[in-house]
Design a protein around this ligand. Structure first.
Ligand SMILES: [Zn+2]
Length: 616
């Protein structure tokens, strides 16, 4: 590696043993279906009646200190942490999901530790398991390696100045060493891993058109492939060249870049950020995300990683917010309680903001205040609320502050939706958004609803996206504030004659409703607490925990400004809730901005979500 000031301890010399790169790009795709990745995917705007913004992913943001980083280098957006890896356990009975802060969320898999200490600007970019399944390594963008379980340390790049961040890594099948690759195509080998060449070596001084995004060792460890964002392949050692995206589509610029690749059979397959699959050689095409019709209101986030079964019978991809899509033997079941290697519906969000495809969340810059009215509940419930809030706080990283008990009461209508509650009550709570109201309500026995949660959204004009919209027949550029939660209500239902059994399940009710409050929707897996009915599950499941982790943000989201008088203009924004209904009243306000496009603040929708019925 020409960019290394010195050879780090454990790293093998990178100027020797070159077999050269194969740069032939002739041949063609084996499967026409793989071309699904080229289909232009409509911008995720089906809930909007405005023209698609030119850049739906990364509109200009203001008020954010963190600079956006390229997806290839870290997967961390300006708005917080994202999923960077999904990896089957060696026995393929489950999988791990890894977020950029180094959290490892196991789904039907063991957990050996996570969250290595990271420097500012350093993120975890890869996980590789040991062959026993008894541990794994985490690799960071700075080239640091942390082993957990039975994963041994073979050295890393601590203290080494890199030409580009480490974007991929893989352990040898024997577990006796590992490779890392930088975005410039530089290769670092440790332990028994053999250096067989790198991009800077074969193309000295050449700046790649697209950064390298992944490294794929051959199954027999006698070579490796590097894949770039344009789908280009560099093969080293005995790794065969089975063509590349530029080879089969010369002159075509991918609308959605390739974000990763995997060994499959004797060759490889690639996945693009829209979930399109390119398969080469004897790898098998089993389907792609663009081939799955979107559901009404569905907003898809960019795919960030893919994992494949060893027999090529299935693969599974994950997006930046942890949603998974399985194909072949990993096909995502539509219902029931799937197990094994299948991708399962681990979590959903109440809604996503279409322009960023990020889940609706609370601002992390300020704590969430809450008040309690347990006058209709059992005495034990007060402590249950505080305990549940503490658990939500620890799983999301969001901070909560208890403002004390309140005499305010939020009742409910005949359909179990909460009564209207003013989000701004200066006479009761001062000049700020009203705190979250948590309290007991007399159970509506007729419906059997045991709890209701209703977070309230408000547009945040400090985090905006510029869009073009037609107002009164004139196309105008305005800025739209990302809606964030500002307050909400959580209630648990109770009758004094309820007995010990109902009291025992009350903590699960409160936890479930608090899950809604911070942005989780329902799932159809009975293993999760966010299943819509009580099933005896008392605590958050693995999928719930993944969703909660992603709803906490490592980057500070500024809070929404306080309330002000609005100017009604035509409504054009609505947010789909997980209940399948659009909510969001008309109105909103257009705020003149002398420094740029006028700012549109959408109306404040509320998102009623309920915990089904108690089995009777
Ligand atoms: Zn619910």
């Amino acid at each position: 590696m020409t960019n290394l000031p010195e050879t780090p301890e454990g790293a093998q010399q990178t100027e020797t043993g070159s077999h050269g790169a194969t740069l032939d790009r002739r041949s063609f795709l084996r499967s026409g279906g793989a071309l699904g990745a080229l289909a232009l995917v409509g911008a995720p705007l089906r809930t909007l009646s405005v023209p698609a913004p030119a850049r739906p992913r990364s509109g200009p943001t203001s008020g954010l200190a963190a600079a956006p980083l390229t997806a290839a280098s870290t997967g961390l957006t300006a708005d917080g942490l994202t999923v960077v890896a999904i990896v089957y356990t060696p026995d393929e009975s489950g999988y791990w999901v890894v977020t950029s802060d180094g959290a490892v969320l196991p789904i039907d898999a063991p957990h050996f530790g996570d969250r290595p200490s990271l420097s500012e600007g350093e993120y975890v970019s890869a996980l590789s398991p040991t062959p026993s399944g008894g541990g794994y390594w985490l690799f960071t963008t700075s080239g640091r390696v942390t082993g957990y379980g039975d994963a041994l340390h073979y050295g890393d790049l601590t203290g080494v100045a890199l030409a580009g961040p480490v974007v991929g890594a893989a352990a040898l099948p024997s577990g006796e060493g590992y490779y890392m690759v930088g975005s410039d195509g530089g290769i670092f080998s440790f332990g028994a891993a053999t250096y067989m060449g790198s991009v800077p070596q074969v193309l000295p001084g050449v700046a790649l058109a697209q950064p390298v995004v992944g490294l794929v060792p051959t199954p027999s460890s006698d070579g490796y492939w590097l894949v770039a964002g344009d789908g280009g392949i560099f093969s080293f050692g005995a790794a065969g060249f089975y063509d590349s995206v530029p080879g089969v589509l010369p002159g075509v610029t991918l609308d959605e870049p390739v974000i990763g690749a995997l060994a499959s059979g004797q060759a490889y397959l690639m996945v693009a950020s829209d979930g399109g699959i390119f398969n080469f050689g004897d790898s098998v095409f089993l389907g792609s995300r663009p081939g799955i019709p979107t559901e009404p209101g569905e907003i898809r986030s960019p795919v960030s990683a893919v994992t494949v079964t060893s027999d090529r019978s299935g693969y599974m991809m994950v997006d930046e917010v942890g949603e998974t899509w399985g194909f072949g033997s990993a096909a995502t079941p539509q219902s029931g309680n799937p197990s094994g290697p299948q991708a399962r519906l681990t979590h959903t969000f109440i809604g996503k903001w279409p322009y960023t495809s990020l889940p609706l969340r609370w601002p992390s810059a300020e704590p969430i205040h809450y008040v309690l009215n347990n006058s209709f509940g059992p005495p034990e419930a007060s402590q249950m609320v505080h305990d549940a809030v503490a658990e939500i706080s620890s799983r999301t990283g969001l901070q909560f502050i208890f403002d004390g008990t309140t005499t305010e009461y939020v009742g409910h209508s005949s359909d179990d939706t909460p009564d209207h509650r003013e989000s701004y009550q200066p006479s009761r709570y001062g000049d700020r958004w009203a705190p979250v109201w948590i309290g007991a309500r007399p159970d509506n026995v007729a419906t059997g609803t045991v709890g209701v949660a209703q977070p309230v959204l408000h547009a945040n004009e400090r985090v905006t996206t510029q869009i073009e919209v037609e107002i009164d027949g004139v196309l105008q550029t305005i800025a739209v504030g990302e809606p964030i939660f500002i307050t909400g209500t959580v209630s648990y239902h109770w009758q004094p004659y309820y007995g010990a059994a109902a009291l025992a399940e009350l903590p699960a009710v409160i936890l479930h409703e608090l899950g809604h409050l911070v942005g989780l929707g329902h799932v159809n897996s009975v293993a999760e607490l966010m299943y819509p009915s009580l099933t005896g599950v008392a605590d958050f499941g693995q999928g719930d925990r993944l969703g909660l982790h992603l709803l906490g943000s490592t980057a500070a989201i500024p809070p929404a400004p306080g309330p002000r008088e609005g100017i009604d203009i035509t409504q054009f924004v609505s947010i789909a809730s997980d209940e399948g209904t659009d909510s969001g009243p008309g109105g909103g306000e257009l705020i003149p901005n002398p420094d740029g496009p006028d700012f549109y603040r959408p109306p404040r929708p509320t998102l009623p979500v309920c915990l089904g019925t108690r089995p009777r």
